[in-house]
Design a protein. Structure first.
Length: 150
């Protein structure tokens, strides 16, 4: 019975559910942030609108993205240890994609710092394409976790 797996025992499905909930929050934030940047770049540097976008972006990062990513990592490691996933090939591939997604998170959040300083080094088309990265990564991660192809 799945509810009695590993050291988590009956807490396992609850921890798994919490992990998935925070994955959804994290990915939603990663979808939103590049879109915010598209609109932010249209605002005049130093304008009231520019200041509002800076505040929105910082709130999204500090209230949703950072805490969600931290919780995803903590619960994910607990779940992996609980089921012995570190010895499984599919998990190594999943971990690689989660690390890459975490790097993307850091990079895209860093772009917000540039925007707040008036630096606009990426085009709107590039930022719109950035929305695709979390979706592709999540699709691959879900397939690795559910199908366990290797």
């Amino acid at each position: 019975m799945e509810s009695l797996i590993g050291f988590l025992g009956i807490a396992y499905p609850w921890v798994k559910a919490a992990h998935l909930i925070f994955v959804i929050f994290w990915i939603a934030g990663l979808f939103m942030l590049p879109r915010f940047y598209v609109y932010h770049q249209e605002a005049a540097i130093g304008s009231e609108e520019d200041k509002k976008w800076i505040e929105r972006e910082q709130r999204l990062i500090s209230i949703i993205l950072k805490p969600s990513m931290a919780i995803v990592w903590i619960l994910g490691i607990v779940l992996a240890l609980n089921v012995g996933a570190f010895a499984q090939g599919w998990f190594h591939a999943k971990l690689l994609f989660v690390i890459a997604l975490s790097g993307f998170h850091g990079w895209i959040a860093g772009y917000g710092s540039k925007l707040s300083k008036g630096e606009r080094t990426l085009g709107n088309k590039t930022l719109r394409m950035m929305n695709e990265i979390p979706g592709i990564a999540v699709a691959i991660i879900v397939i690795l976790v559910i199908v366990k192809p290797f």
